[in-house]
Design a protein around this ligand. Structure first.
Ligand SMILES: Nc1nc2c(ncn2[C@@H]2O[C@H](COP(=O)(O)OP(=O)(O)OP(=O)(O)O)[C@@H](O)[C@H]2O)c(=O)[nH]1
Ligand SMILES: [Mg+2]
Length: 323
């Protein structure tokens, strides 16, 4: 059994090994998961979570690394979570991330973690928010979540962020891809990276057009800015941070931040409850109660909806650890 309180204490002090142990406990759905989450809860809520998404190779890791440098200069503790929903194991793209982030490896004010394996319960969409909680409780003031690839799970993980940054690059056919993947709906800030290459202005223009940014909006609405960067040379990174600061301030002024976090918490509860319910129902296979209900449905004395209601009602109350 792990000394959870001690581990949390060490994580608060910024000990990377303690943070790593906590994330592993959470990711691996340890039997002590509940104890860990209970210990972390009162310590969370201080971190500003920024999601970075975009097609492979667009420059997410390079941008993340440059952002880390800038935030460190401002004296902030930073957490980085690199998530690859498409990969069943660590390595590949994430290995490249390691290399691009290596300059921060010896900085105790930066914690970097990769997640590629699907967690034991509800997959990455479940595991990522729990890892964010650990980093938050460990005192990270900013948490950068890089998600590789384009798809539904990417959008789901982006929804964990307070502010979502969508990156594009010239000459990658990004405009069309972006529209398909629906990432044009999730961006709070857009970055056209690799602005040292031809076509960056055209990409920014196309994006501006697709976002309908020229159209009039309600006064006070958030107008997602488009920032051009050369992440490889840290150019434009201060402008990205400025855009993030503005978005955060706008959200705080309008109560949007609290609303987003509330929605996120609701989704988290739903995920955990569904996972617990599914696992309890799974445990019932071959159980007398289920067999009895099944018999009645099979012989027509009970309809399957009423049977499901009875099943669910029978599951409430204390039902084990439910993890
Ligand atoms: N020319 C140019 N190259 C860049 C720039 N930023 C990043 N790159 C290069 O683009 C390549 C991909 O960069 P990454 O930061 O790994 O991109 P990524 O989006 O994290 O890639 P995945 O994690 O594989 O999806 C690397 O070779 C970088 O050096 C830039 O501003 N200009
Ligand atoms: Mg990357």
């Amino acid at each position: 059994m792990v000394d959870v309180a001690g581990l949390v204490e060490q994580a608060r002090e910024g000990r990377p090994r303690a943070v790593a142990r906590l994330i592993s406990l959470v990711e691996g759905a340890s039997p002590q998961l509940r104890e860990v989450m209970a210990a972390l809860a009162p310590l969370t809520g201080g971190a500003y979570v920024v999601g970075l998404t975009g097609s492979p190779g667009v420059g997410k890791s390079t941008s993340t690394s440059a952002l880390v440098t800038a935030y460190r200069k401002a004296g902030k503790r930073v957490g980085v979570l690199a998530v690859d929903p498409s990969s069943p194991f660590s390595g590949g793209a994430l290995l490249g991330d390691r290399v691009r982030m290596s300059e921060h490896a010896s900085d105790p004010g930066v914690y970097i973690r990769s997640m590629a394996t699907r967690g034991h319960l509800g997959g990455l969409a479940w595991a990522a928010p729990q890892a964010i909680r650990v980093l938050d409780a460990a005192g990270c003031e900013v948490i950068l979540v890089e998600t590789v690839g384009v798809g539904q799970s990417e959008v789901e993980i982006a929804a964990q962020a307070d502010t979502s940054v969508v990156l594009l690059a010239p000459g990658m056919g990004d405009g069309i891809q972006a529209a398909k993947a629906g990432i044009l709906e999730i961006g709070d800030v857009y970055v056209v990276n690799k602005a040292d290459r031809d076509g960056a202005d055209a990409t920014a223009r196309e994006l501006n057009h697709m976002l309908g940014l020229g159209e009039s909006r309600e006064p006070g609405d958030w107008r997602p800015p488009i920032v051009k960067t050369v992440a490889a040379r840290s150019e434009g990174i201060d402008e990205v941070i400025e855009a993030l600061d503005k978005h955060r301030a706008w959200m705080e002024e309008r109560g949007v931040l609290a609303a987003r976090r509330g929605r996120r918490a609701a989704g988290e509860i739903e995920n955990i409850a569904l996972t617990a319910l599914r696992s309890r129902i799974g445990d019932l296979r071959g159980d007398r109660r289920l067999d009895a209900l099944a018999e009645r449905v099979a012989d027509g004395t009970l309809d399957p909806y009423a049977a499901a209601d009875e099943l669910i009602a029978g599951l409430t109350g204390d039902g084990g650890s439910g993890s």
